[in-house]
Design a protein around this ligand. Structure first.
Ligand code: DHB
Ligand code: FE
Length: 288
């Protein structure tokens, strides 16, 4: 049986990818940010999954205003790196796990969640920056150390899904993964956030207190956190802070939500600023 053994949560700020690609990680601006991920890279090597189910959002690279899937499951065997305007990032393309993805599609859709299935999509910074943060520098000719299943959530064009719906779909994803008949180790990642607003009079908004309360509640009471109305994210975390609903998908897939033991907090990190964004990061390991 496939097992979910950990949840990883992280921001995906595009400038973090650029800092790595341009060799700036030891500059004073970036050094404290990357120091916060040193533990995570070692943990990742020590706890290597077979597959990462990676919840993220596309930023009008694979999708556009032409069509806007609320929840899109990647069922492909291969995901090329998107060109976001400066050429594709110099990182490897990702390998999918098409069989497990097809099983998840079957299970989750039969539980009445209407997913969009995507057989071809490039992955943008929303996907590659979390990979780079957790895995470190990987040459374009190399490989990421695990297969991936992308799960793209619309948090760009209103109306976006509620935290409650995200939390429920995470629970369905857990049931799907746990009913897959092969003994593989799966990590689930929730990415995006934390507070940021990129536009209008409040551009640059950061709300440390709200972010840290979000992290507290994500750890200790995710069911209550999932009730947060979308307008609170916009008011308190900024228009792009709504990306945080994606963390509730990953959290909803963890054992305690299904009546099991609470996860162990292996790492917690918060840093301001990275570009216009507050960076948050958590590693929650399932009890052994
Ligand atoms: C920035 C942050 C994001 O999460 C994003 O998707 C785009 C830009 C920023 O801080 O500049
Ligand atoms: Fe983003």
């Amino acid at each position: 049986m496939a097992r979910i053994t950990a949840g990883v949560f992280t921001s995906h700020v595009p400038a973090i990818g650029a800092a790595m690609d341009l060799g700036k990680t030891q500059e004073p601006y970036w050094q404290p940010l990357f120091a916060g991920y040193e533990y995570s890279r070692q943990w990742q090597r020590d706890n290597k999954p077979d597959v990462v189910f990676l919840v993220y959002n596309d930023h009008a690279n694979a999708f556009s205003l032409d069509f806007i899937p609320t929840f899109a499951l990647g069922t492909a065997a291969h995901y090329p790196v998107a060109d976001e305007g400066w050429g594709p990032r110099p990182v490897p393309a990702a390998e999918g796990h098409a069989e497990l993805a097809a099983h998840i599609a079957q299970s989750v859709i039969q539980e009445d969640f209407d997913l969009t299935l995507v057989n071809r999509m490039p992955i943008d910074h929303g996907f590659t920056v979390p990979l780079s943060l957790m895995c470190g520098e990987t040459p374009p000719s190399g490989k990421w150390p695990f297969k991936v299943i992308p799960f793209a959530v619309n948090v760009v064009q209103y109306p976006v899904p509620s935290g409650k719906r995200c939390f429920q779909i995470g629970q369905a994803i857990r049931r799907a993964i746990e009913s897959y008949d092969e003994d593989i180790n799966v990590h689930i990642w929730g990415t995006g956030g934390m507070t940021h607003q990129l536009q209008g009079p409040r551009a640059g908004l950061i709300n440390r207190e709200w972010d840290n309360r979000f992290l507290d509640r994500l750890i200790a009471d995710p069911a209550e956190l999932a009730q947060t109305p979308h307008i609170e994210y916009v008011r308190e975390a900024g228009s792009e802070g709504i990306e945080l609903v994606m963390w509730l998908i990953a959290r909803g897939a963890m054992a305690d939500v299904a009546g099991g033991p609470a996860p162990v907090v292996k790492h917690r990190f918060y840093h301001v600023p990275a570009s216009n964004t507050a960076v948050g990061h958590l590693i929650l390991e399932e009890a052994k």
